[in-house]
Design a protein around this ligand. Structure first.
Ligand code: CU
Length: 160
């Protein structure tokens, strides 16, 4: 629904709260940082930000186990890892795993993939069985935002 998305974006621009949060940030910014941090040190996510897995959808059967996962993001932008810019981040994909904490950098393992170049899709090859996929956005330092911008966890099935 492109219509609904445009209306939400316009409404956000008109929010007085958003404007005052930005000017407060500008006043407190004495260094080159252009991001807003919350008390836990994590970057604030803008209201209405949402990550979602465009494909596959929950419950999809993947014969052969090879698939492209396409990652979507609303009301935030994508920036490569290391680039500090307000309301941006890069994608991560959790494969058959969960994060132990949101307060530390997302681990870099085979079950916790980083897309630090700003990629929005990835080719996966999964063995037979049930698998879960969940996306989460990370900031320049790979730390989740506050609140964490993560997709629904979906399950896909690779037949024997
Ligand atoms: Cu990362």
């Amino acid at each position: 629904m492109p219509h609904a998305a445009i209306i939400v974006a316009a409404a956000l621009l008109l929010l007085p709260g958003a404007a005052s949060a930005q000017s407060a940030n500008a006043q407190s910014t004495t260094t080159q940082s252009t991001t807003t941090q919350s008390t836990n040190g994590r970057e604030k996510a803008p209201e209405g930000a949402r990550a979602y897995i465009m494909w596959p959808s929950n419950g999809t059967t993947i014969s052969g186990g090879k698939l492209w996962v396409r990652m979507g993001l609303q009301n935030m932008g994508i920036a490569p890892a290391g680039i500090r810019k307000e309301d941006t981040g890069h994608h991560h994909l959790l494969v058959d795993s969960d994060l132990a904490t949101y307060d530390e950098p997302i681990p870099n393992t085979k079950q916790s993939l980083h897309f630090g170049g700003g990629q929005t899709e990835v080719r996966l090859e999964l063995p037979p069985g049930r698998h879960t996929l969940q996306m989460i956005l990370g900031d320049a330092d790979h730390v989740p935002h506050d609140p964490p911008i993560m997709s629904q966890k979906i399950t896909i099935i690779v037949p024997q």
